[in-house]
Design a protein around this ligand. Structure first.
Ligand code: ZN
Length: 169
C-alpha cells in the first residue's frame, strides 16, 4: 500500500531509533534473523509483534530461496535482504487506523521510506499473507511506485498479486 501524501514530521521522531538498526543491520543482511528494527518493535499490541517476527523471518527466507522473488528487488537495484533489514516497523497511530487502515490495508509506507506502519489487522493475517505484505512494503523502500499516486505504476492489488506469484506465497 502506498501512501500518497505522507507528512514528514515523523522523521525526527524516528530518526533516533533508525540509527541503531542502520549500524547493526549491515552485519545481518542475508540472514533470516530478526533485525534490530524488528526487535525494537517489542511492546507492540498483542499478537502483532509475534506475527511480525514470524513474517519477517519467512520474508527473508523467501527472498533468499525464491529467485523470482529476489528478482523483483534486483530490478530496482536494491538487494531484497537489505530492504527488509533496513525497514523499521511501527504500529499505526489511532489517526492512521481511521484514515488509512480503515480502507482495508494491513500495512503502508511511502516510496523510499524506511518506516512501514502496521495496521491492527496485520496480526490477523495468515502467515503467507503477512509475509507477502512485508515483501510488498519492502519493495516500496526499494523504490517501487504504486498507482494511482504514480500513474504508470501497478496498483496495490496488482503488486500483491505480483508478490504472491513471484514469491510463491
Ligand atoms: Zn503498496
Amino acid at each position: 500500500m502506498g501512501l500518497p501524501a505522507v507528512g514528514f514530521g515523523w522523521l525526527a521522531y524516528v530518526l533516533w531509533s533508525l540509527l541503531a538498526p542502520i549500524m547493526s543491520s549491515a552485519s545481518q543482511v542475508g540472514a533470516p534473523a530478526l533485525t534490530a528494527a524488528v526487535r525494537a518493535a517489542a511492546g507492540m499490541p498483542g499478537g502483532m509483534q509475534h506475527r511480525l517476527e514470524e513474517a519477517f523471518i519467512l520474508a527473508n527466507q523467501t527472498v533468499e530461496g525464491v529467485a523470482a522473488c529476489r528478482e523483483l528487488f534486483a530490478e530496482l537495484d536494491q538487494p531484497a535482504e537489505r530492504s527488509l533489514a533496513l525497514t523499521l516497523y511501527v504500529p499505526a497511530s489511532g489517526t492512521q487506523e481511521r484514515r488509512i487502515c480503515s480502507r482495508g490495508v494491513a500495512a503502508f509506507t511511502a516510496v523510499g521510506s524506511r518506516v512501514t506502519y502496521l495496521c491492527r489487522d496485520f496480526r490477523r493475517l495468515a502467515a503467507p499473507r503477512a509475509t507477502m505484505t512485508l515483501v510488498h512494503e519492502a519493495l516500496h523502500l526499494a523504490g517501487l511506485e504504486e498507482a494511482p499516486t504514480h500513474a504508470d505504476a501497478l496498483s496495490s492489488a496488482e503488486i500483491n498479486d505480483l508478490v504472491t506469484s513471484s514469491c510463491e506465497l
